[in-house]
Design a protein around this ligand. Structure first.
Ligand SMILES: [Zn+2]
Length: 465
């Protein structure tokens, strides 16, 4: 199966062939660790996790897959936030504390979303030597220059700058001209290295004590872990310009390569209840806030119901619908073993990560498995769910969490359920129905079934969401 992906660089969908047939290499821009990630940030994490899973499955026997997702732990937003949070601490110590705390929170969040850890999770502060080396190459090739203690990339030095974003030059220049720093030769030039004052984080460099610009961090980490060119570069659509455009400029000019990555994949925007999410509108939700109300898999399914390139409208209705779907999947898949994922699910994903199609296939598999009752069908359904990052906990844990969240008196409900089962077994159907109604009034739904192994009648219950 040869996957096909839409490439932002060519504005076209094409067959994917790794540059090195024995090693598939992917880089995705990770978080700047100064604050809790919001739900919009969760989208690339989940989308590229699905891509990573797909690549691992497709190249299982022929290639290893390396997925690099960086941590930006040096950036001016971090410095400002650390000074605000820890005014009593020495600045560099405050920055360390802030980035470490934020990173731990980030790890918990992505784990709860069912994302596998990337192969490598490099930190910017551990790749200063590579950043300095790239800057030296760019200075030597005439693509960068020194000015007032800064190293700047000279945009006019690169003939085909702007290929990724395909923005007209005058539009990019107009954007850059809003506030032109005195040290820039051209308004579009961007910072590779800047001086730090003694209270700011910094490293010694050939250009004095200073710190990197943001864009150079990704070029350095991609180079170190994936080489001068690699297969796939991913991120949110908002990163296309200027961040990815500038990564390309740095890497291509430093290594004299025609491309930085062959395929550029970008996920679309997320809006909340039809509006752009922003702090000022008060609809800015962090992953952590949502995890307090919903299991991570509900967020994951809600995200994957929309194709990654389309904008998502994040709504309560969609979350509720995902929760009901997962309740059913957990209930239906309990006690079943998993086999390899279904071919049709893989095929949907291999078509530019068509997750809505893959989810439709899952619904089809579930219903087919219920009709046939065949062990192979059941195992393929469960295997496909696991492959997509679902069923990460036991059905019991899932059900218990939901009951807890509903705040019902579980012991009282258990007693009523047992009394109803006893009435039913005694063929006292009037009493059995009365107890069912009493439970329904509490929002409790009963699910009767036969144990597939013993054939015994059994009843499970859940709370209506
Ligand atoms: Zn980046």
């Amino acid at each position: 199966m040869v996957p096909r992906f839409y490439n932002t660089l060519t504005r076209d969908k094409a067959d994917f062939r790794p540059l090195d047939p024995s090693h598939v290499r992917m880089y995705v821009c990770g978080p700047t660790v100064y604050d809790r990630a919001h739900i919009g940030n969760a989208r690339p994490l989940i989308v590229f996790d699905v891509l990573f899973r797909l690549l691992q499955e497709l190249y299982r026997t022929s290639a290893r897959v390396t997925y690099v997702r960086n941590i930006t732990d040096v950036e001016d937003k971090i410095n400002a936030r650390a000074a605000e949070r820890f005014p009593e601490m020495e600045p560099v110590a405050g920055i360390r504390r802030l980035t470490e705390e934020t990173y731990q929170g980030f790890r918990e969040d992505v784990g709860a979303l069912g994302c596998l850890p990337p192969t490598v999770e490099p930190r910017a502060t551990e790749h200063i030597a590579e950043m300095i080396a790239i800057n030296e190459r760019l200075l030597a090739s005439g693509n960068a220059y020194l000015s007032e203690g800064h190293v700047l990339f000279s945009v006019p030095s690169m003939a085909d700058y702007g290929r990724l974003s395909q923005r007209p030059l005058d539009e990019m220049q107009a954007g850059a001209r809003v506030e032109v720093e005195s040290y820039k030769r051209d308004p579009m030039d961007f910072v590779l290295w800047k001086p730090s004052n003694p209270s700011e984080p910094g490293w010694n460099s050939p250009w004095g004590y200073g710190r990197p610009g943001w864009h150079i961090e990704c070029s350095a980490m991609a180079w170190k872990h994936l080489g001068e060119t690699f297969d796939i570069h991913g991120g949110g659509i908002d990163l296309v310009f200027p961040h990815h455009e500038n990564e390309i400029a740095q890497s291509r000019c430093a290594f004299h390569q025609p491309v930085m990555a062959s395929v550029w994949m970008h996920n679309g925007f997320l809006q909340a209840e039809g509006e752009k999410m922003s702090k000022s509108l008060g609809n800015f939700v962090t992953i952590r806030d949502l995890l307090a109300d919903w299991p991570g898999e509900v967020l994951r399914l809600t995200m994957l119901k929309t194709h990654y390139r389309q904008p998502i409208d994040w709504t309560l209705k969609s979350l509720e619908e995902s929760a009901r779907t997962l309740d059913d999947w957990y209930w239906f898949a309990r006690d079943l073993t998993a086999s390899s994922p279904d071919h049709a699910v893989l095929e949907a994903l291999a078509d530019d990560l068509n997750t809505p199609k893959a989810i439709a296939e899952l619904h089809g598999l579930r219903n087919a498995a219920q009709r046939s009752g065949a062990e192979a069908d059941l195992a393929r359904f469960v295997g496909s769910l696991r492959f997509l990052g679902f069923l990460g906990e036991s059905a019991e844990a899932w059900a218990a969490r939901k009951k807890e969240a509903a705040g019902v008196d579980q012991a009282a409900v258990e007693a009523l359920v047992a009394a109803r089962l006893a009435a039913r077994n005694a063929k006292n159907f009037a009493e059995s129905d009365r107890l069912r109604d009493e439970l329904a009034a509490l929002g409790v739904i009963l699910k009767d079934s036969k144990d597939p192994k013993t054939g015994a009648f059994r009843t499970e219950w859940e709370v209506r969401r």
